[in-house]
Design a protein around this ligand. Structure first.
Ligand code: GN1
Ligand code: MG
Length: 375
């Protein structure tokens, strides 16, 4: 199965058997695909007489994560750290972290004979997520959630986390891979492809901004989430407050700027990254202000002058980077991101590039927001 929208009967019974490994005593009533992840396959498993104990079952994409056991090890390090920290210094409001559900043998994962790697996590009770932000209050909550994540991991020594995805968010590497693909692959030219090629050609310098700042010692390595797009933030259905950040596979040592940028990239695009109307994509600066206000309410204490100076760059670099990743995957034949049709990654890259243009055309507004919030 490559898209998270259907499962056939045979697959359902196989998945059911795997789910049972993580819940041997309870009867499973229902399994359904969950969310819109581009890499792993995710399911929600419901239990009879224990609706509140529904859990998440995921097949890790081992073509992307070559060492899935290290992914689980990192998740242990992260969840133990945050749980201890919350116990010693509780927050004033609800904040949850998913529990790793072990198998009957006490392992954090289940491997099938064919080598598939599965794991289960508790479902955060009464929560929901959104693919796009509907209002400024939600935007503030998204920012608060990312700030809380960075706050709670600010004393987690990044070296304790293994690098499970080498080169992840190292923008110059993606640029190199793109250039290699351009040189090697035979792809169909079209006005859209030409637009993308020119777009990247005009902005090659962008790829180096954050890595150069890191090399110059301006931006320190910290623990980063790696994928804080808005639908990885969970909201309490009742209070509508953010209560958790999920999708912890890419938690590792890195620049928090990739996180800040990614959160703004996904949160300030009201038509969403899967839109067909790429020409309508715009960066919404009010939502940007909301996210940054929420973020700084938690992060002000550990951000330096340099950190602030690179926030604008962070948002356009990460948006450019994602566009580049989608485009490269299109050029090499869609091997990394799940796609629903052959041009899917091309369209996704157009969406991100359009967003970059919109960010660039509003540079002074965005910089003013950053400046005002700092005071
Ligand atoms: C992938 O699988 P998903 O949707 O959680 C990708 C992110 C991208 C995102 C874009 C490990 O995340 O880096 O920002 O798609 N994750 C990985 O939607 O590459
Ligand atoms: Mg992810």
């Amino acid at each position: 199965m490559h898209q998270n929208n259907q499962i056939d009967e045979l697959e359902r019974s196989q998945i059911m058997a795997i789910a049972q490994q993580f819940s041997p005593q309870k009867q499973i009533t229902h399994i359904k695909p969950f969310g819109i992840g581009n890499i792993n396959d995710t399911f929600l498993v419901s239990l009879q007489e224990a609706a509140d104990q529904s859990f998440i079952l995921q097949r890790i994409n081992t073509k992307v994560f070559h060492e899935p056991k290290l992914v689980m090890q990192n998740m242990r390090v992260y969840t133990n750290h945050v749980r201890d920290r919350l116990q010693n210094q509780p927050l004033e409001r609800r904040w949850d972290i998913p529990n790793i559900l072990p198998t009957q043998q006490g392992q954090d994962y289940w491997q099938t004979e064919s080598g598939e790697f599965w794991r289960s996590l508790s479902f955060i009770a009464g929560s929901q997520s959104f693919d796009v932000m509907e209002n400024i209050e939600q935007a503030r909550e998204v920012g608060y959630a990312l700030g809380t994540f960075h706050h709670l991991t600010s004393d987690l020594v990044p070296e304790r986390l293994a690098d499970t995805l080498e080169g992840f968010h190292i923008t110059p590497r993606y640029l190199r891979q793109y250039q290699e693909a351009l040189a090697k692959e035979h792809f169909k030219r079209s006005p859209e492809v030409d637009y993308c090629l020119k777009f990247v050609g005009d902005r090659k310098g962008l790829a180096h901004i954050l890595e150069d700042a890191k090399a110059a010692g301006k931006l320190p390595l910290r623990t980063m989430h790696g994928d804080p797009k808005v639908n990885n933030i969970l909201f309490d259905r009742q209070t509508q407050l953010a209560v958790s950040v999920v999708d912890l596979d890419t938690v590792k040592s890195g620049l928090v700027h990739y996180d800040i940028g990614d959160c703004l990239r996904s949160g300030c695009n009201p038509v969403g990254e899967e839109t067909n109307q790429w020409e309508d994509v715009q960066f919404d600066t009010e939502l940007c202000q909301g996210i940054l206000q929420g973020y700084l309410s938690m992060a002000q204490s550990f951000l330096s002058e340099h950190d602030y100076a690179y926030i604008y760059d962070a948002v356009r670099v990460i948006t450019f980077e994602l566009g580049l990743r989608f485009l490269t995957d299109y050029l090499v034949g869609n091997i990394y991101f799940h796609v629903k049709y052959p041009e899917h990654n091309l369209l996704r890259s157009l969406v991100q590039f359009r967003l970059v243009s919109s960010i660039e055309s509003q540079q002074s507004v965005i910089n003013k927001i950053i400046k005002d919030i700092q005071q």
